[in-house]
Design a protein around this ligand. Structure first.
Ligand code: NAD
Ligand code: TYD
Length: 348
């Protein structure tokens, strides 16, 4: 295995993964196919763009001819490309179904036809849906996706399983928890809150803020994905968790504390419809392979916050233009509503 096709490598996790592959596997050549949607950003790979072992191709994973051509040049594929943001999937899910389901199917067909040695599919813990207190999702748990994003990812994940069963495609599925780290698009909670706090703007916390996520440092995720690429058993799925569980309100407070900003920047705003309260993974299968995360919650968050503080050029560019329209649509009315005094308040 020497030639690796990475999809969605200009996004958050994919760009860290490409950097890791170039660093840890000096014999590998990497092709990155990315459509450069609003979430794709070549600034994420500036430091490696001139490497002779790295090639970027702007293209859509739904483009059969292009995918066929690239797959013919690859031994293995790591598939990150997806529409990934839950809130955007609530506004319109067409692109999610197209890329996360149909795009994955296009890749699977080409990988089967070209007899690739390995297909690592990056799924998500969100396919399991809302996880009751006291339970941790196991790889064998049924899927109960509750957002259009999660349902699209579940569709892609199930199609991968079908291609393993039907065609014997050597396929491994990874289901990581919420990643945190540098280069994440500021539509996601942590970078949104950090960059808002840096500008002394309110942090829009959905509902009561007691939803729980497990925060996995992106470099730890990439280390686990690297392990699965090489040692994952075909036909198996693997959860990637970190046991860094926090309520959202605690994450918001920790960000403000790290930046020395007042906690009254937190605004409880109208909740996300269908908001999953809790994700929690049982990742003992991966632990048994010798992997465990190197960063605890405090380390992961401190590194992330420091990166955004030191790389204002990166996020100012991302937050300009069309981002502002999205921000207004998503948060304008929520923040205005939160600022209005409740009925009876303010009346003497
Ligand atoms: P991201 O949104 O930052 O990046 C996605 C990338 O895919 C972008 O560069 C985008 O341009 C590209 N892309 C989108 N549609 C495409 C298409 N049709 N053809 C080619 N490229 C296309 O996402 P991310 O956070 O880096 O997530 C990567 C993967 O990991 C996704 O599959 C996501 O579902 C999964 N995942 C993410 C997290 C997380 O916390 N970020 C957690 C679990 C799983
Ligand atoms: P997000 O980063 O969108 O990831 P996901 O929904 O895939 O877990 O959101 C993480 C948590 O933060 C989730 O419980 C929703 C919450 N959240 C807010 O409270 N406010 C926000 O503005 C955003 C984007 C998310």
């Amino acid at each position: 295995m020497r030639r690796i096709l990475v999809t969605g490598g200009a996004g958050f996790i994919g760009s860290h993964f490409i950097r890791r592959l170039l660093r840890e596997h000096p014999a590998y050549d990497i092709i990155n196919i990315d459509k450069l949607t609003y979430a794709g950003n070549l600034d994420n790979l500036r430091d490696v763009e001139d490497y002779p072992r790295y090639q970027f191709v702007q293209g859509d994973i739904c483009d059969r001819d292009l995918v066929d051509e690239l797959m013919g040049q690859a031994d293995a594929i790591v598939h990150f490309a997806a529409e990934t943001h839950v809130d955007r999937s609530l506004l319109a899910a067409d692109a999610f179904i197209q890329t996360d389901v149909a795009g994955t199917y296009t890749l699977l067909c080409a990988a089967r036809d070209h007899r690739l040695q390995r297909f690592l599919h990056v799924s998500t813990d969100e396919v399991y849906g809302d996880v009751p207190q006291g339970h941790r999702s196991r790889e064998s748990d049924p899927f109960q996706p509750r957002s259009p994003y999660a349902a699209s990812k579940a569709g892609g994940d199930l199609m991968c399983g079908a291609f393993y069963q039907t065609y014997g495609l050597p396929l491994v599925i990874a289901r990581p928890a919420n990643n945190v780290g540098p280069h994440q698009h500021p539509e996601k909670m942590v970078p949104l809150f950090v960059t808002n706090a840096l500008q002394d703007q309110p942090l829009p916390l959905y509902g009561d803020g007691l939803q729980e996520r497990d925060w996995l440092y992106v470099e730890d995720d990439c280390q686990a994905l690297d392990l699965l690429l090489h040692e994952g058993r075909p036909g198996e799925a693997y959860n990637i968790g970190a046991d860094n569980h926090r309520h959202n309100v605690r994450v918001a407070e920790a960000i403000l504390d790290l930046l020395g900003k007042p906690r009254d920047l937190i605004r409880h705003v109208e909740d996300r419809p269908g908001h999953d309260r809790r994700y929690a993974l049982d990742w003992s299968k991966l632990r048994a392979m010798g992997w465990s995360p190197a960063h605890d919650f405090d380390q992961a968050l401190a590194r992330t916050v420091a990166w955004y503080r030191d790389n204002e050029w990166w996020w100012r560019r991302v937050r300009s233009g069309a981002y502002q329209d999205y921000y207004q649509q998503q948060y304008g009315w929520r923040l205005a509503q939160a600022a209005r005094p409740a009925r009876g308040e303010g009346q003497r």
